[in-house]
Design a protein. Structure first.
Length: 356
């Protein structure tokens, strides 16, 4: 079974040699992030996540437009924050970007507060759902007649169209009740963070049921860090080195700076870390030490090429069809994974199948 293997573009100041120790050479900048994207394209990855943050890093849409003509085969998984930009304008930008990529755009939907405004979880996800529904309609080239809590729009079809004449896939993640219902109703690919294989399988089964209740079906992706070396001992040494200069208090402060530090998903990553052994491993080849700093994906697949491949296969067996991987520093680890593991995987872009 073919799976999609994506890498991560560090647009949000998320690149280190030693976790928790800022390195000016690795800060988010156009040059540094472009180098990651072009390396991933050259190394054979199928997609790359371009994250988005208001207070962190550089603008995602502007960056994607700049690098799109420089890529050759790889998709760009471009993150957009629902509500931050007026949806008709966002639709035009995304359709134009898809044309620049010759149809290689994929979209990472983020449910977030508008800068300077705070909404409760329920209303925020309702706004996200409405934005997703209208955005999909516009990118499908259809007229909009929408009456909702946050959007009331009558629009003729968008003149700017994607190459396929259809909306690119929506990748979306979240673990609260409201987030999962939004994903079930309007996403194409549900993203989960690293967890035990059994727990990931349980999440997929639950999301299958939720999507079915909406008359839909989802594909699934896993967002995880990875550390692969020629031997198991070398991989564990690399993991230990990564956190060797980390002060736990600094790590805690960094985690609190992220806007989603209190989300259900982040709390699950913290629980996973608390459940791990003294060496940070919560199950075979799943190391939680990387979660001591930052937010989001809080664990890494760690091991030699055989063990890393086996772990990916275990996740694939429970329903994961796409992997969004990363490592520190991103350029170094992208190269190591591409040399040691990627050639042994049957991989390619996720098929674009109807979700409803």
């Amino acid at each position: 079974m073919t799976v999609e293997i994506a890498w991560f573009g560090a647009l949000c100041d998320d690149d280190y040699e030693f976790l928790g120790v800022p390195d000016p050479a690795l800060r988010s900048s156009y040059d540094h992030c472009r180098n990651i994207v072009l390396a991933a394209d050259r190394l054979g990855y199928d997609n790359i996540l371009l994250p988005s943050g208001y207070t962190l890093g550089i603008d995602t849409i502007a960056f994607a437009g700049a690098v799109a003509p420089q890529t050759r085969r790889m998709q760009l998984l471009t993150a957009v924050r629902m509500g931050e930009m007026w949806v008709p304008q966002l639709a035009r930008q995304l359709a134009t970007l898809d044309q620049m990529l010759d149809g290689r755009l994929t979209i990472n939907i983020i449910s977030s507060d508008i800068p300077g405004e705070v909404l409760g979880s329920g209303p925020r996800y309702q706004r996200t759902l409405e934005w997703m529904q209208v955005l999909r309609t516009l990118l499908n080239g259809e007229p909009v007649r929408h009456r909702g809590e946050f959007l009331n729009l009558d629009l003729e079809p968008l003149r700017a169209r994607t190459v396929s004449r259809e909306c690119p896939p929506f990748y979306f993640g979240g673990f609260s009740e409201a987030a999962q219902e939004t994903a079930a109703a309007a996403a194409d690919v549900f993203l989960t963070w690293p967890d035990t294989v059994d727990a990931v399988g349980q999440t997929i089964r639950e999301m299958d049921d939720r999507a079915a209740a909406h008359g839909r079906r989802l594909q699934y992706g896993l967002r995880s860090h990875v550390i692969v070396r020629e031997s198991e001992d070398d991989a564990r040494d690399a993991a230990a080195r990564l956190v060797s200069k980390l002060d736990d208090e600094i790590g805690r402060e960094i985690r609190q700076r992220w806007l989603d530090s209190a989300s259900v998903g982040v709390q699950r990553q913290a629980a996973l870390r608390d459940a791990s052994g003294a060496d940070g491993f919560v199950e075979e080849n799943l190391w939680t030490g990387v979660g001591r700093v930052g937010s989001g994906a809080g664990a890494a697949i760690v091991g030699d090429p055989d063990h890393v491949l086996a772990k990916l296969e275990a996740y694939r067996a429970v329903g994961v069809g796409a992997f969004i991987l990363s490592g520190y520093p991103h350029l170094t680890e992208a190269d190591l994974f591409a040399r040691h593991v990627l050639p042994r995987i049957e991989h390619g872009a996720l098929p674009r199948v109807a979700s409803a």
